[in-house]
Design a protein around this ligand. Structure first.
Ligand SMILES: C[S@@+](CC[C@H](N)C(=O)[O-])C[C@H]1O[C@@H](n2cnc3c(N)ncnc32)[C@H](O)[C@@H]1O
Length: 256
């Protein structure tokens, strides 16, 4: 394993910019099991090109670079407007970690909001094999990240979304699975205990499965997400496989 990734994984710390102290990365980094899921997904699609929103200390970026095929074309595109912003904890450490890990030459860094950078990527004509969404965690920003990454993701490619246990992001996952051609490829369970309402929903789903006519009495996303509860148990990090390009008609709408 790359020594910088090993340090991030084993100590959950990285070197400060001057190399004189260690910084705790755990508050804004993916967990080790999430890193392993990302690594496995990047390898599954034999990715040469990837894109990610949300760099922070670079933990997920280094997992991705570690797994990318190493060719002259290999490229990991990273989007984050706050890497060097005043008042944030990252202070250039994500890029510094990528440099220390030896991956700087594979990185195309856009120090920009993802809603501005992603349309430019689509315009450039680039296609990616793998995407990771871990930027601004509201429903609308996550949906916009999904919308644009989907437009540059190859069919068969994998998109991983972090923090799917957040209500805002769960709603995006529900949209993806009901309205778009994606299937869950793999997932990491959330660190959080299922809330009691979710446990009730889970049992309710088992009941509903036997009585489909009752489904219409419940919120659509509960019914849809209920079907996934067995599969992902309110997943923390979900990998979706893209099954086809968007072939919906202009007036398509499915409750989610
Ligand atoms: C949870 S952290 C990402 C952690 C990182 N993926 C990792 O595991 O190493 C969220 C990141 O999203 C970035 N961010 C916030 N708003 C953003 C936006 N509109 N577009 C892209 N990134 C954004 C933040 O600056 C922060 O670095």
């Amino acid at each position: 394993m790359n020594p910088i990734l090993k340090q991030l994984v084993e100590e959950r710390k990285c070197n400060s910019l001057d190399g004189k102290s260690l910084i705790d990365i755990s508050a804004t980094s993916i967990s080790n099991v999430e890193g392993e899921l990302i690594y496995k997904a990047v390898q599954e699609v034999k990715a040469q090109t990837s894109v990610e929103t949300g760099l922070a200390y670079g933990t997920s970026a280094i997992w991705i670079c570690e797994a990318l095929q190493k060719t002259a074309q290999s490229k990991h595109i990273v989007i984050d407007p706050m890497q060097n912003a005043e008042g944030t904890p990252w202070k250039g450490l994500g890029i510094n970690n990528l440099r220390l890990a030896g991956y700087e030459s594979m990185i195309e860094f856009h120090e920009q909001y993802s809603h501005l950078a992603l349309p430019q990527l689509e315009k450039s004509g680039i296609k990616v094999d793998f995407g990771f969404i871990d930027g601004f965690h509201t429903f609308d920003h996550t949906l916009i990240d999904f919308f644009y990454i989907d437009r540059i993701l190859k069919v068969g490619g994998i998109l991983v979304i972090d923090d799917c246990n957040w209500e805002s992001i769960r709603k995006v996952c529900s949209f993806i699975l009901t309205n778009r051609s994606y299937k869950v490829w793999d997932y990491v369970k959330s660190d959080f205990e299922l809330t009691s309402s979710r446990k009730t929903l889970n049992s309710l789903h088992h009941f509903l499965k036997k009585k489909p006519s009752l489904k219409s009495y419940f919120q659509p996303d509960h019914a849809v997400y209920g079907e996934l509860l067995d599969q992902i148990s309110y997943g923390g990090c979900i990998a979706f496989r893209k099954e086809s390009d968007d072939k919906r008609l202009w007036n398509h709408y499915q409750e989610f």
